[in-house]
Write a protein that binds this ligand. Sequence first.
Ligand SMILES: [Zn+2]
Length: 191
Amino acid sequence: MKVDKISDNVWKFTGTDHVNIYYIDAGDDKIIIDAGNRADRQQLLTLLGNLIDLREIDIVIFTHLHYDHIGNFDIFPNAQFYASAKEIADYNHKREEAVLNPSIVDKFSVDLKPLPERIGPLDVVEVPGHTAGSVCLMYPEKKILFSGDTMFSKKQLGRTDLPTSAPGKLNDSLIKLLDYDFKTLAPGHDY
Ligand SMILES: [Zn+2]
């Protein structure tokens, strides 16, 4: 696992399958975006633990609920966990299809809250496509767009052929993202 500081208060952790986890120190709000692959647990505990006492993380946002974005949910004992209302509904309706990994489905036991329009310093952007409940998070002050699996760093897009995907909506979601003035793209995977 590798750590990069992508802004004065934002760190990126890249692990197995090039999956990215982000930590934002926004003053009173200590925020995690996506919780990565479970295989990276020990390294994440060490590397993130060097930056912050994990008990201080109060907000964990999932861009969507695929297993490689939620795997280490349980290292944040005092956090509230958020995903979009649509993503939560799909998860409640068909867990295995929403998570894509039976062993993570069995472990995953958090009280998911629906994302408000704005959370801490972040604007929530609903971008159905990769999953019907996918979100991006825009950090206007730093001009960073956290894009989950909607859009990757090498201008590639996420898959839309998965069980909870909404392929017919991706185009509108990408057009919506053009309205956001970001200088840094912070994707869910470094592909
Ligand atoms: Zn995904």
